[in-house]
Structures are given as C-alpha cells and as structure tokens.
Design a protein around this ligand. Structure first.
Ligand code: HEC
Ligand code: HEC
Ligand code: HEC
Ligand code: HEC
Ligand code: HEC
Ligand code: HEC
Ligand code: HEC
Ligand code: HEC
Ligand code: HEC
Ligand code: HEC
Length: 306
C-alpha cells in the first residue's frame, strides 16, 4: 500500500510540473485512500456509490466527514489511539443514529420512497440507514430479495417464526420479500405497510378480493386480518382460526342446524352429535369474500353461497 503510494508520488513529482504540490498535500478523499486503499476496503465498485466519475456520488468525506484529526493522528493530550473519524457507522459506531441518518439524507431525502422516514417507526426507534444497508459492499443483503429477510430477522425474531408456519407467504422460498408489503423507510399506512391501509396492501396482489361485490361480506372490506394472519399461521389459508370456529366468533347465533336441514334437505355438515364440523360453513357459503351473483332476491346470492 505505502509502496504503491510512494511510487505514485514519485511518478507525479517526476512527470507533472504541478505534481510536487499535489503530492505533498493530498486533499479530500485522496487523504483517506492513502491509508484505506482498495485492498483494505471491500469492493463496492458495482454499487451506485462506487461509480466515482458521477459527481453526485458520495466520497469518503461526504459520509465520514473531513476527519482531519483522524487522518493526521492528532491526539488530545492523554488520549490513547488514533482519534476516530468525524462520523463512523455500523454496529459499533459512536456517532448517534440520527446524525448517521442525516448524513445519508443530505442526498436521499428527495427520493419519494423515503419521504416519510422522519418520525417513522424505525426512525423513532433509532434504527439508522446503516442498521440495514452495507455501503462498502457490492452485496447489500437488504436489497437482495433472497437475503433481505435475514437482515430484518436480526431484530424481528418473532416474524421468522411466523414465516415458518405451515401456511405462509412464500418469503422463505425466495418468491416474496418483506418489502413487497412493507416500506421500511416509512409509510402513511399502519405497521409500515406500503399502502395507506392493510387491505389496499393486500389488493396489490389479490386484486380479485377487492370487489366491489354485489353482496359483500362486511369483515372482508373492513380488514383482511379479521380472518388472516399476514405472515403465516398453522391453519390452512393463513386463517387466524379454523372454520367453523372462525365464523362462529362473529356468527354466534348463526342459523340452527335444523334450519339448514330444512332448507337444503341435508345435514351433511354436522357430525353425529349435531355439531358443525371441518369446512362445514364453507361447503355452502363458498363466496366468503363476497358474491357477485346479481340477484338481489335469491337467497344463495345474499347468503354468500354463489
Ligand atoms: C495515516 C493513515 C490514515 C489516514 C490518512 C486515514 N485513516 Fe482512517 N484509519 C486509519 C487507521 C490505522 C485506522 C484503524 C484505527 C483503529 O483501529 O484504532 C482507521 C480507521 C478508520 C475508520 C474506522 C473507525 C472505527 O473504528 O469505527 C474509518 C471510518 C476511517 N478510518 C475513515 C477515514 C477517513 C474518512 C479518512 C479520510 C478523511 C481516513 N480514515 C484517513 C488510518 C488512516
Ligand atoms: C453525496 C450524496 C450521497 C450521500 C451522502 C449518500 N448517497 Fe446513497 N446514493 C447517492 C446517489 C447519487 C445514488 C445513485 C442514484 C440513486 O439511487 O438515487 C445513491 C444510491 C444509493 C443506494 C442504491 C445503491 C445501488 O447500487 O443501487 C443506496 C442503498 C444508498 N445510496 C444508500 C445510502 C446510505 C445508507 C447513505 C448514508 C450512509 C448514503 N446512501 C449516502 C448519493 C448519496
Ligand atoms: C455512503 C456513505 C459512505 C461512503 C461514501 C464511505 N463510507 Fe466508509 N462506512 C460507511 C458505513 C455505513 C460504514 C459501516 C460499515 C458498512 O456499512 O459497510 C463504513 C465503514 C468504514 C470503515 C470501517 C471498517 C469497515 O469496513 O467496517 C472504514 C475504514 C471506512 N468506512 C472508510 C471509508 C473510506 C476510506 C471511504 C472512501 C473511499 C469511505 N469509507 C466511504 C459509509 C460510507
Ligand atoms: C429497516 C431496514 C432499512 C433501513 C433502516 C433503511 N433501508 Fe433503505 N432499503 C431497505 C430495503 C429492504 C430496500 C429494498 C427496497 C425494495 O426492494 O423495494 C432498500 C432500498 C434503498 C435504496 C435503493 C432502492 C430504493 O428504494 O430507492 C436506497 C437509496 C435506500 N434504501 C436508502 C436508504 C436511506 C437513505 C436510509 C436511511 C434514511 C435507509 N435506506 C434506511 C431497507 C432499509
Ligand atoms: C436494527 C434492528 C432492526 C432491523 C434490522 C429492522 N428493524 Fe424493523 N423495527 C425495529 C425497531 C426497534 C422497531 C420499532 C419497535 C417495534 O415496533 O418493534 C421496528 C419496527 C418495524 C415495523 C413496525 C412495527 C409497528 O408496530 O408499527 C415493521 C413493519 C418493521 N420494523 C419491519 C422491518 C423490516 C421489513 C425490516 C427489514 C427490511 C426491518 N424491520 C429491519 C428494528 C429493526
Ligand atoms: C403479505 C404481506 C406481508 C409480508 C410479505 C410481510 N409482512 Fe409484516 N406485516 C404485514 C401486515 C398486514 C402486518 C400488520 C398485521 C396486523 O396488524 O394485523 C404486518 C406486521 C408486521 C410487523 C409488526 C408486528 C406487530 O406485532 O405489530 C413487523 C415487525 C413485520 N410485519 C415485519 C415483517 C418482516 C420482517 C417481514 C419479512 C420477513 C414481513 N413483515 C413480511 C404484512 C406483511
Ligand atoms: C406482493 C404480492 C402479495 C401481497 C401484497 C399479498 N399477497 Fe397473499 N399471496 C401472495 C402469493 C405469491 C401467495 C402464494 C400463492 C401460491 O402459493 O399459489 C399468496 C397467498 C395468500 C393466501 C393463501 C395462502 C394459502 O395457503 O392458500 C392468503 C390467504 C393471502 N395470500 C392473503 C393475503 C393478505 C391478507 C394480504 C395482505 C395483508 C396479502 N395476501 C398480500 C402474494 C401476495
Ligand atoms: C370472514 C373471514 C375472511 C376475511 C375477512 C378474509 N378472508 Fe380470505 N379466506 C377466508 C377463508 C375462510 C378462506 C379459505 C377459503 C377456502 O378454503 O375455500 C380464505 C382464503 C383466501 C385466499 C386463498 C384462496 C383464494 O380464494 O384465493 C386468499 C388469497 C385470501 N383469502 C385473501 C383475502 C384478502 C386479500 C382479504 C382481505 C381483502 C381476505 N382474504 C379477507 C376468510 C376470510
Ligand atoms: C369478524 C366477524 C365475522 C367473521 C369472522 C365472519 N363473519 Fe360473516 N358476517 C359478519 C358481518 C358483520 C356480516 C354482515 C352483518 C350480518 O348480516 O350479520 C356477515 C354476514 C355474513 C353472511 C350473510 C348474512 C346475511 O344476512 O346475508 C354470511 C352467509 C356469513 N357472514 C358467513 C360467514 C362465514 C361462512 C364465515 C366464516 C368463514 C364468516 N361469516 C365469518 C361478520 C363476520
Ligand atoms: C348445508 C348448507 C349450510 C351450511 C353448512 C351452513 N349454512 Fe349458513 N345458511 C345456509 C342457508 C340455506 C341459509 C339461509 C337461511 C335463511 O335465510 O333462513 C344460511 C344462512 C346463514 C346466515 C345468515 C342468516 C342467519 O341465520 O343469520 C349466516 C350468518 C350463516 N348462514 C352462517 C353460517 C355459519 C357460520 C356456518 C357454519 C357454522 C353455516 N352458515 C353453515 C346454509 C348453510
């Protein structure tokens, strides 16, 4: 490293009339790479930050600060070791979270996706940009769909358990990522959901559940989480509870079994003790998300059966 630098200096002094002045006093980020050369730092040439001929791209100083005392090893009396740079990042950083974030926001505050960062759950909990992003690396795990969840799980352990339940959104399979539903940078919706409401977030992929239906089922338009756990559950179709219990939470006084027998000519949904069982409710009320049967008088339409 030093030898290369010396050779470069010698080269400049010999072949460039201004070389002597430049070489004697490197300025800006050139000061830093004297000691922190490309061999020491992980390669980030493939990231947008690594594209150094673009003047909008940050150099060492735009993130770490001029760090004069650090570069010149100018110690306070009695201090041990080299003074730290003006700003440092990562898990062991002594620079407060909000200051680290402000550094990034000098350039990134304009991005629409981060417009609601300020005061968001992560901001309020002192999670900084560098708690998720690795800038000195071509592999920013959090932006790679396949590895993103691992970064989130370092802090959100409970969600790993939910995503491993029998019925779950295919995040572990790499077909979806947390950021398909959440904007970790802040959002107008609850729980950092991407859209303004929980249902609007679900409709981005399950558009057929949006309706409008001729005969809607109120708990569906109200909130999908009345019946589903978004991450995963032990019940089929990520239901909060199995049917018929799920339905009976709200329809405690649903028609007596005898009604159904009379109306449909059968009691197939009941076991020998006369109890509702299994998918029973769904066997008849198949259109649980809403029915588009145009009839306003026929019972099956009104009762979410067809
Ligand atoms: C003369 C050599 C030298 C120069 C010039 C230099 N550094 Fe350093 N830097 C070091 C050494 C040595 C360490 C390791 C210090 C330690 O471990 O105590 C270090 C550590 C660091 C760290 C890690 C701090 C931490 O412990 O978290 C950062 C960040 C850093 N330097 C940034 C910079 C920046 C930015 C510049 C340019 C303004 C710069 N350095 C200039 C020698 C240098
Ligand atoms: C001096 C301005 C500047 C600063 C400071 C800055 N960035 Fe950037 N950053 C850019 C530009 C320009 C791009 C490329 C265009 C874009 O994506 O907006 C970029 C791109 C990125 C990307 C996408 C990378 C890619 O390869 O596509 C991430 C992630 C990022 N920045 C995070 C950060 C974080 C975290 C910080 C603070 C530690 C930070 N930036 C500080 C200017 C800056
Ligand atoms: C976009 C902001 C940004 C820029 C530009 C930047 N750094 Fe960093 N630096 C960070 C962050 C964030 C960390 C924490 C570790 C990480 O994210 O990889 C860090 C960590 C470091 C460390 C600690 C050792 C390590 O790898 O963890 C050193 C040394 C360092 N940077 C030096 C530099 C030098 C030299 C430059 C210029 C060539 C530079 N940094 C440019 C944000 C930046
Ligand atoms: C909780 C984790 C987390 C934090 C904290 C975080 N990010 Fe991100 N960031 C992500 C994820 C996940 C993506 C990928 C988004 C996607 O795939 O839609 C991303 C993408 C980005 C991108 C590139 C793509 C895009 O969305 O435009 C930039 C730039 C960026 N973040 C900047 C920042 C800045 C600046 C901060 C601090 C204010 C920050 N991030 C804080 C998780 C985080
Ligand atoms: C460094 C730790 C850390 C990382 C990494 C992290 N988070 Fe967070 N997250 C927190 C903290 C702390 C809170 C606020 C306290 C809480 O509600 O748990 C939070 C809050 C949230 C919330 C809102 C919870 C609520 O009750 O409103 C969501 C959603 C969330 N994080 C998703 C993510 C996603 C997605 C990722 C990965 C892209 C991620 N987080 C990465 C620490 C982290
Ligand atoms: C299919 C959409 C979807 C995906 C994918 C998703 N989430 Fe969520 N997440 C939600 C919804 C919806 C809620 C709110 C649940 C509620 O309030 O009933 C939520 C809530 C949360 C909360 C707050 C939990 C609480 O108890 O308040 C955290 C933290 C969180 N998610 C993290 C993650 C992480 C980490 C990932 C990726 C491993 C992820 N989410 C993937 C939709 C999703
Ligand atoms: C980014 C797209 C996306 C979003 C947003 C989304 N989902 Fe999904 N959903 C999927 C995919 C992909 C599957 C798996 C389909 C498959 O395996 O065939 C799925 C499956 C399901 C299943 C069926 C699971 C099973 O085992 O049969 C339910 C229920 C579900 N999602 C509910 C929701 C709810 C509620 C929300 C909102 C909180 C939501 N989804 C948001 C993509 C999404
Ligand atoms: C009243 C309870 C209830 C509510 C509220 C509800 N669902 Fe469902 N959902 C179910 C039941 C029960 C099943 C299983 C259906 C089956 O097995 O035939 C299901 C299955 C699903 C499936 C997988 C099978 C299919 O039909 O594609 C998806 C996707 C789904 N729901 C999405 C949603 C979305 C999105 C919302 C919110 C708009 C929502 N659900 C609200 C009860 C509900
Ligand atoms: C969170 C509460 C809730 C859950 C859970 C729920 N429902 Fe409903 N359901 C309602 C409300 C509210 C209405 C509309 C008001 C009414 O008519 O009672 C309704 C209406 C209905 C209707 C139409 C009634 C009519 O008078 O036309 C049927 C049929 C129905 N639900 C079946 C089911 C089935 C089957 C399930 C289980 C898969 C279920 N519901 C789960 C709250 C719920
Ligand atoms: C064998 C077919 C069948 C099964 C199984 C069935 N239903 Fe029904 N349900 C009907 C019929 C037919 C009606 C219309 C009765 C009427 O209008 O008098 C009805 C009406 C309803 C209504 C609206 C009228 C009322 O009495 O409040 C609700 C709510 C309802 N069912 C809920 C349920 C629930 C919850 C289950 C499971 C525990 C269930 N049903 C199982 C056929 C069935």
């Amino acid at each position: 490293m030093r030898i290369k630098y010396l050779l470069a200096v010698v080269g400049l002094v010999l072949f460039n009339p201004l070389g002597a002045a430049w070489a004697a006093e490197p300025v800006g980020a050139a000061v830093c790479v004297k000691c922190h050369d490309a061999e020491e730092r992980p390669d980030n040439s493939k990231t947008a930050h690594g594209f150094s001929t673009d003047s909008r791209v940050p150099d060492c100083i735009s993130c770490h600060g001029a760090s004069d005392d650090h570069a010149k090893n100018r110690r306070q009396p009695g201090a041990k070791g080299r003074p730290l740079p003006d700003r440092n990042f990562g898990k062991t950083a002594n620079t407060p979270a909000h200051q680290r974030t402000e550094t990034c926001m000098t350039c990134h505050a304009k991005d629409a996706k981060r417009a609601l960062w300020s005061g968001s759950q992560h901001d309020a909990a002192d999670v900084a940009c560098d708690s998720c992003h690795k800038n000195h690396d071509n592999q920013d795990k959090v932006r790679n769909r396949a590895s993103q969840a691992e970064v989130c799980y370092t802090c959100h352990k409970e969600q790993r358990g939910q995503m491993n339940k029998a019925s779950h959104h295919p995040v572990a399979e790499g077909k979806m990522s947390c950021s398909d539903c959440h904007n970790p940078h802040g959002s107008a919706g609850p729980k950092l959901l991407k859209r303004d409401s929980l249902n609007d977030t679900c409709y981005t992929c399950h558009a057929e559940k949006r309706g409008p239906f001729v005969h809607q089922h109120d708990p569906v338009t109200d909130n999908c989480s009345n019946c589903h756990v978004a991450h995963g559950s032990q019940n089929a179709a990520m239901l909060t509870t199995r049917t018929p219990l799920l339905c009976q939470q709200c329809h405690a006084t649903a028609h007596p079994a005898s009604d159904v027998g009379t109306l449909t000519g059968g009691t197939a949904a009941l076991n020998s003790a006369g109890m509702w069982q299994g998918r029973s409710c769904l066997n008849c009320h198949t259109q649980v998300h809403g029915s588009n049967n145009p009839s306003t008088t026929l019972m099956p339409a009104q009762r979410l059966m067809r």
